[in-house]
Design a protein around this ligand. Structure first.
Ligand SMILES: NC(=O)c1ccc[n+]([C@@H]2O[C@H](COP(=O)([O-])OP(=O)(O)OC[C@H]3O[C@@H](n4cnc5c(N)ncnc54)[C@H](OP(=O)(O)O)[C@@H]3O)[C@@H](O)[C@H]2O)c1
Length: 270
């Protein structure tokens, strides 16, 4: 079995927080090549990932760090070009797209047009453009199945494309209001994941699925203002649990594809 037959994993962005933890887990728990992205300081991110506890020495050869800012589509298409060169004919086996920003708005009067546009660009347009440029790497319906076992993390024989949503993007769960642009932009991730999954059903059949994710409340820079007095998940724990949840989904219609899953394996309805 060639390395290309096992596919590659991708985490974007991986500069810090949950994305960094996903990349660390994939380097330590699988043998796959891992493409990880950052907006800047790629060498620094690479050094930090390689020096993490549990990351084996061979990770140096498997880790590819590329520069991507989701607000600039040219950086996303350059990433795709570089992947084609560095990992020729290698299918995308596991994608985690996680960009996210929050501009807090408690009431409509606090909405600032530039900030709101920024939220939609990163949280909604970002996943959409990543999907555009990464979908060609997913295996077609005639592609051979991936070998099932990969290191400590048992990956299935199909590809998984996961986009980070958030529980607060769920309309049915919204009981407290506020955070208009964050909620609005994250709500669209549920729809994008479902729509992309419908596309994959046609193009890839049971070889690839798309899902949205909710990580729980995780101790990262993102939640810094809300750390006090709360039960928070550590980023590594959240990443590990989410990876296990999505690795357990099946590609049949009732197997969980196209829906949003939390770190406990429970569905978050839109
Ligand atoms: N933490 C939680 O409790 C929680 C709960 C629900 C959902 N989420 C979601 O989970 C995801 C990760 O959150 P986190 O907690 O890890 O947050 P974080 O620590 O604040 O990290 C945010 C990440 O987004 C990146 N980013 C910001 N603007 C970007 C852009 N224009 N292009 C590319 N990357 C960009 C940041 O890159 P830089 O390092 O370059 O700034 C950073 O890697 C987000 O989508 C967030 O909405 C988090």
């Amino acid at each position: 079995m060639t390395a290309a037959a096992h596919g590659f994993a991708l985490v974007t962005p991986a500069s810090r927080g949950i994305g960094f933890a996903f990349a660390q887990q994939l380097l330590s728990q699988t043998n796959l090549p891992v493409v990880a992205t950052a907006r800047k300081n790629c060498d620094e991110v690479r050094g930090k990932l390689l020096s993490c506890q549990g990351v084996p020495a061979d990770a140096e050869k498997r880790l590819h760090i590329l520069e991507v800012d989701v607000k600039d589509e040219s950086t996303i298409s350059s990433m795709a070009d570089t992947i084609r060169q560095e990992l020729p004919k290698t299918p995308l086996r596991l994608a985690l797209t996680v960009p996210g920003i929050l501009h807090v708005e408690k009431s409509p009067s606090q909405i600032d047009a530039a900030n709101a546009l920024d939220s939609f660009k990163v949280n909604a347009l970002g996943p959409l453009l990543l999907m555009k440029h990464l979908s060609p790497f997913l295996p077609n319906k005639s592609a051979p199945a991936f070998p099932v076992s990969e290191g400590q993390l048992q990956l299935p024989s199909h590809a998984i494309y996961a986009m980070m949503a958030a529980r607060v993007g769920s309309i049915s769960d919204n009981a407290s209001g506020g955070w208009y642009s964050y909620r609005g932009s994250k709500a669209s991730v549920y729809q994008i994941a479902k729509t992309f999954d419908l596309y994959l059903r046609g193009r890839c059949a049971d070889r690839a699925i798309a899902v949205a994710l909710h990580p729980g409340t995780v101790k990262t820079d993102f939640t810094k203002e809300f750390w006090k007095g709360r039960d928070l998940l550590e980023p590594l724990d959240a990443a590990d649990r989410l990876l296990r949840v999505i690795a357990g989904l099946r590609p049949d219609v009732d197997g969980g594809r196209g829906r949003c899953w939390d770190w406990k394996g429970k569905e978050v309805t839109p």
